[in-house]
Design a protein around this ligand. Structure first.
Ligand code: NAD
Length: 489
């Protein structure tokens, strides 16, 4: 199987409804641009309610045959899709870098990461076992069957254009659900390319439908899915305000929901930590994708005894990061996704400095590179009332807070409505167990900054949402239990 990703007419300028690549019913289009320089990458359909309804019609029609297929056959389709994604890793990686801005090595890495979920759920498809329950009275057999929930709507953000959508579509298809999806408006092209490969891998017409829509049209599309009782589940990754809106608006049809929302991850460094390992872990988790990840540390708490040494080591590493477009082979930090994102970062840094933080390195826009670049930054003297302590900065800014003892830092770390990821570094085994238990988050990295993997459950608590992606639990979100009571045996 081969796919020519340069054939824009084929995959980069149409969306997919009922197996057909087409424009929006109303004919509208919107531009997708390269965040590195604002150049036009493609123009894709700007869907309206009509396209959204057509996608559900197709998904509903395709559901009976897809859910009836033996799990082994659905798994085979997913395995072919997995192989096709890896066969196109280079092209897909370039496409991500072009529309999203991350350095090419990270673009390639994201494709491998996205593919790992497809493989994992191909393997899990055949393990959706039910139960036989010992009957309380004679002459009966009680069964708990696990069935696909039905048509699933998936809505994804721009920061991981391949991984976020792959880890929703793969379990949905594995479970026997059909899908309507809307990728983020900044980065629809990677999703369209993945859908094209899925089609070539044998996903039948109507089983996977993707519509593209501009920011202005996003709500019009998703509102149709929210109101349609045939859509039985929504899986959303994105910001907490939009997630809350989806939760409220799903109430009338009581849809199942998986919500992977914003984070505000704390990163704790205790006096007894291996400082070099802690700096390395922070570099890996904070500066990946230019700090535009939901699990990246947003608040760095360092204990008194190692504070100054840690800040020195960190600043040395951060100042050496190479910033530039994805097209430059040595870039380690690309552009931010858009001007709004850079403005937010600048606002957070200005607010912190106005409240007494000290810029150790960075702290400025890099206008010579373009309007979307911001220098990798370390701030010392951060305090809890600063904006960057209360909400995600979503950029390459590492604010360092100083703390005295474990009780104090746990209170600070947990003092947030969010609870996605948390990290800490210590060499004290008792503290490792204690702090891992005390942190209010869905994911904890202990002496480790790179925590994401297809085999482990990914998801949050508190206002970071609910549901888990990946792992043996990831399929459950797309299955419902039917109890069958057989009598008269
Ligand atoms: P966003 O919430 O603005 O957009 C996400 C998606 O929702 C996009 O497809 C967008 O078009 C759509 N959308 C926007 N407004 C909508 C509306 N009114 N109705 C229906 N759909 C709407 O988020 P973003 O800026 O694209 O992504 C960044 C956010 O995503 C951050 O908060 C980040 O933490 C979060 N995120 C979370 C995870 C996770 O797994 N928890 C992973 C990646 C990103």
């Amino acid at each position: 199987m081969s796919l020519d990703l340069t054939r824009r007419d084929l995959i980069l300028a149409d969306h997919l409804i009922d197996g057909r690549w087409c424009g929006a019913a109303a004919g509208a289009r919107f531009a997708v641009t390269d965040p590195a320089d604002g150049s036009l990458v493609s123009e894709v359909p700007d869907a309206s309610a009509e396209d959204a309804r057509a996608a559900v019609d197709a998904a509903q029609r395709a559901l009976p045959a897809w859910r009836a297929k033996p799990a082994r056959e659905r798994a085979q389709v997913l395995k072919r899709w997995h192989a096709a994604i890896l066969a196109h890793q280079e092209d897909l990686g370039r496409l991500i870098s072009r529309e999203q801005g991350k350095p090419l090595a990270e673009g390639r890495g994201e494709i491998a990461y996205a593919a790992s979920y497809v493989e994992w759920f191909a393997e899990q498809a055949v393990r959706a076992n039910g139960e036989v329950i010992p009957a309380p009275v004679g002459g009966r057999r009680l069964l708990a069957l696990r069935e696909p929930v039905g048509v699933v709507a998936v809505i994804t953000p721009w920061n991981f254009p391949a991984a976020m959508i792959a880890r929703k579509i793969a379990p949905a298809l594995a479970a026997g659900c059909t899908v309507v999806g809307k990728p983020a408006e900044d980065t629809p092209l990677t999703s369209l390319a993945l859908a094209r490969l899925a089609q070539e891998a044998g996903v039948p017409d109507g089983v996977l439908n993707l519509v593209t829509a501009s920011r202005a049209q996003a709500a019009a599309v998703v509102d149709v899915w929210l109101a349609d009782a045939r859509v039985r589940k929504i899986s959303f990754t994105g910001s907490t305000p939009v997630g809350k809106h989806l939760a409220r608006a799903s109430a009338d049809t009581l849809k199942r929901l998986s919500l992977e929302l914003g984070g505000n991850a704390p990163f704790l460094v205790f006096d007894d930590a291996d400082l070099d390992a802690a700096v390395q872990g922070l570099m890996a988790s904070k500066f990946r994708n230019g700090g535009q990840t939901c699990v990246c540390p947003n608040r760095i708490y360092v204990q008194d005894g190692v504070h100054d040494a840690f800040v020195d080591k960190l600043a040395g590493r951060v100042a050496a990061l190479k910033v530039g477009p994805a097209s430059a082979a040595d870039s380690q930090i690309g552009p931010m996704i858009n001007a709004r994102a850079v403005d937010k970062i600048a606002r957070h840094v200005e607010d912190a400095v106005a409240q007494g933080a000290r810029v150790v390195t960075g702290g400025r826009r890099l206008e010579a590179l373009g309007p979307n670049y911001y220098a990798p930054t370390v701030l010392a003297g951060a305090t809890p009332r600063m904006q960057l302590s209360c909400e995600e900065t979503f950029g390459p800014v590492a604010p360092v807070f100083r703390f005295r003892d474990e009780a104090e830092v746990l209170a600070l770390a947990n003092d947030t409505p969010f609870g996605l990821a948390a990290y800490f570094y210590t060499r004290d085994i008792a503290r490792a167990h204690r702090v891992a238990s005390a942190l209010e988050s869905g994911i904890v990295g202990v002496n480790e900054g790179a925590i994401s993997t297809d085999v482990a459950p990914f998801g949050g608590v508190k206002e970071s949402g609910y549901g888990r992606e990946g792992s043996v639990h990831g399929l459950d979100d797309y299955l419902q239990i039917k109890y069958v009571c057989e009598g008269g045996l």
